[in-house]
Design a protein around this ligand. Structure first.
Ligand SMILES: NC(=O)c1ccc[n+]([C@@H]2O[C@H](COP(=O)([O-])OP(=O)(O)OC[C@H]3O[C@@H](n4cnc5c(N)ncnc54)[C@H](O)[C@@H]3O)[C@@H](O)[C@H]2O)c1
Length: 329
């Protein structure tokens, strides 16, 4: 009987960084475009107390790994208690062995920022120096780490619905990056107008956009991250119209990209615009940005193969560095 490596939350925190995750997200995005990633749509079981059991399976054939993120999306009581948990069981496709069980808590936030960084690396102008973060929560802060990993950013403008959140995020980030200037902003416009790279990381569940096309300067790159359903948007129709659009997975974006679908539903866009998968650019089959004045946009709705690729990274690192506990299941 083979043994399974258990990697707990504290060990994942020790191992997983946005920087380390970026190459794995490049592989995952290429896997999507090469049809070497197999992904099933998320299924959920709702419960009366609001807790939802979610199951997000995927396999990445090129990495010989299959698995599923299995987590509870907490209802109000569970969220207050902070007791919700999740795991990713990882299987070897060739042998069928259960190779690892990885805690899932940190993976979602880190893999999302690492995916945006992978796309930004091939889409944003090489000399991008300024970054705007709209929504200074977990994703906003992780996106600072992701963007600083791929571009020589000198100034970061951070905005949030709550100014205090933007201020606190700036103070926290400054400790990690003392050479970078962090400026908390009172308005989203103030943050966006001078930015070479803009990341939208708000809940994006309403009609009110946080980024207007009018504010986006020539040559900018946008990572649209917060909206993962057709029920809301972060970008107005103008921002989408001005952009050359790249997706994490076009099939999923046709279903879930609120920045496009919601704008179509309220008449700010006429129809589904063309989009190219970022994996095509990463694989060298598409040039990406073709001129310095173009505005590029990465539409990220999140794909479970990113979770599996990040879990594989944790497994490999843990195995090589004697971290975790081997158990016979
Ligand atoms: N694309 C993906 O793969 C992916 C993955 C994970 C999360 N997400 C999405 O990213 C978003 C942010 O997630 P998070 O974990 O950082 O959440 P979070 O709660 O940690 O942060 C959200 C931040 O947005 C701020 N905010 C709330 N409403 C706002 C508004 N109307 N305008 C501006 N700011 C507002 C909050 O004050 C908070 O600071 C969520 O919508 C989540 O669904 C996307």
């Amino acid at each position: 009987m083979n043994k399974t490596l258990i990697v707990n939350r504290a060990q994942c925190e020790e191992i997983l960084t946005v920087e380390k995750c970026i190459p794995y997200m490049k592989t995952a995005l290429i896997g999507i475009s090469d049809k070497q990633a197999k992904v099933l749509q998320r299924t959920m079981i709702p419960h009366d107390n609001g807790n939802m059991l979610a199951n997000m399976p995927a396999s990445l054939v090129t990495e010989n790994v299959a698995g599923s993120k299995v987590i509870i999306f907490p209802g109000p009581q569970t969220a207050k208690m902070g007791t919700n948990q999740g795991i990713i069981p990882l299987f070897d496709i060739t042998t069928g062995e259960l190779t690892a069980i990885i805690d899932a808590e940190l993976i979602t936030v880190v893999r999302t920022a690492a995916t945006s960084a992978a796309a930004t690396d091939v889409l944003a102008k090489k000399d991008s120096k300024t970054l705007a973060i709209l929504g200074s929560g977990k994703q906003g802060k992780a996106h600072v780490q992701g963007m600083l990993a791929v571009r020589d950013i000198k100034t970061v403008y951070m905005w949030d619905l709550y100014f205090d959140a933007a201020k606190q995020a700036c103070e926290l980030m400054k400790l990690q990056y003392p050479d970078v200037e962090f400026i908390p902003c009172e308005t989203a416009k103030e943050a966006a107008v001078n930015a070479d790279i803009i990341c939208t990381t708000t809940p994006g569940k309403t009609e009110r956009p946080v980024l207007l096309g009018d504010w986006v300067k020539e040559g900018a790159h946008i990572n649209a991250v917060g909206t993962c359903s057709a029920r809301g948007r972060e970008l107005d129709g103008e921002a989408v119209k001005k952009s050359v659009i790249f997706s994490d997975w076009t099939e999923a974006c046709h279903r879930d990209a609120g920045d496009i679908l919601f704008n179509i539903s309220i008449g700010e866009l006429d129809e589904m615009p063309p989009m190219v998968e970022a994996g095509e650019v990463l694989a060298g089959r598409h040039p990406g940005r073709t001129d310095e004045k173009q505005i590029t946009m990465f539409e990220s709705v999140g794909i479970s193969v990113e979770d599996i690729a990040a879990a594989k990274m944790i497994y490999q690192y843990a195995k090589e560095n004697n971290i975790g506990t081997w158990l016979e299941i």
